[in-house]
Design a protein around this ligand. Sequence first.
Ligand code: 3PG
Ligand code: CO
Length: 558
Amino acid sequence: AGDFRLAPHPTITRIGKPLLLIVMDGLGESKFHDEFNAVEQANTPTLDALKELAPRRWRMLKAHGTAVGLPTDADMGNSEVGHNALGAGQIVDQGAKCVDGALATGSLFKLDGWKWIEANAVAGTLHLIGLLSDGGVHSRYDQLTLLMEGAIQQGVKRIRLHVLSDGRDVNDNTAVAWVERLQGDVAALSQRLDVDVRIASGGGRMAVTMDRYESDWRVVQRGYYAHVLGEAPHRFKDPVQGVRELKKGNTVSDQYIEAWVVVGEDGESVGRVADGDAVVTFNFRADRMVEISQALEYPKFDKFDRKRWPDFRFAGIMQYDGDLLLPKHFLVPPPLIERASEQYVVGTGLRVFACSESQKIGHVTFFWNGNRSGYLDPKLEKFEEIPSDQGISFDKAPAMKAREIAAATKQALLSGKYDFVRCNFANPDMVGHTGNLKAAIEAVTVTDECVKVLLDAVDQAGGRFLVTADHGNAEEMSQRDKAGNPVIKDGKPVELTSHTLNPVLCAIGGPGLPGRGCCWQDDLPNAGLANVTATFLNLLGFEAPDFYKPTLITTDGE
Ligand code: 3PG
Ligand code: CO
């Protein structure tokens, strides 16, 4: 651990009081100041006061694009890359970029992962499971196409596609168009290269396959049954037609389309997984692929009855969990983040408390630790998970578990047992993803209320705080045209369910801050989330490693 010991900061001394770090998930700042800005519409006395009372102790930070390791500045931020940046202090190439590289150079088809499945993929059927959109958060359509074409060049003759509808990282009510596009591309591909490629099964991502942090295993069961067993409540011959019907005139969100399978003339599924087949999950982002990977890979598995577990070979496009080594085989090596802040924090002997609800627990632990699961040092770290509500859309309960998280975190702050206390409030993000404006306003209001509870606790404890967010979401709840006007359809504004490209707030304070001189540096106008890491290490009383992005604060202020 000596290797990870931090040097004391010359002017910001360790005071034996806790540092609180709050991430308000999905709360950004928009340039549109109208009724669709749920952050401005919400009642936020706490956040407002942060800005009013300490003008030199708050600023905005970049939370999207190349500033957080994504391929381009057109890529919106997301929690994985946002929390990776917050925890790493460095800008690390993220999954999307690694897959782009491996597909562009063709190295993907030369590495061990492909070798593992190749014989099965060529002799049997190659099944591709993943999210169908160009959201760029979990997957990208162009990668799916390149993967298919590359596989065919390697001799694959038969491909079955198991595709989840999005409506969360892209606009809702686009699922039919996506299936239609895939259907068209697949037909062209089959003809051009004389192969047999078909869409085989699917469903909406929040109902089928893409659960995370074990929030609801039934979601994964539906996926396993549809993709592997060929069993689903809905069966049809034409996926475009079928998905259109399941949308019920757009009264069903793309995210919640029920599981379906495509059947042939004989009424049998066209794409169940058979002995000798190969399966690849093509989402590069890990959180929502871990559970389905377990269902596909583990010989012993008790989360639901698999009924049949064929003898196939499975690889993820990435390895989704570096500690569980899951899946065992993967097509592209993962971006394991070396020398993440938590390694230094525990290496210096600091005691850590991290809390969130199930939906975001990995965000304060795994993503934060450079993508390692579990404790780095169980003697120094304590992770507390508040169980999330199950089986409901979060606009029905926009408070989610924020008050419970605030209570647990407050207790940790006042306990005197921790040096570094961090928590994540999921509300602006999870409710923002539903597209429900009223609920998003409520979500932000509750978040502000809970931030207040914690800032009061910092006051009481004599500590310091840093409040920030991982990316935008709730501040833009309506789609906009090029001129910036809300898109109206059938007399109603069209919801925006995805994240945004907007910057996020970063504010510091607390009675433990050293004097008036501690404030922002002037020379970092383009700072992003990765600059937060050195900043909070300073606030803990230590210098940051010199290869970290520069700290945002100075103690030479006026
Ligand atoms: C999700 O997985 O819910 C969204 O695609 C991204 O949300 P997050 O990046 O805020 O977790
Ligand atoms: Co989100």
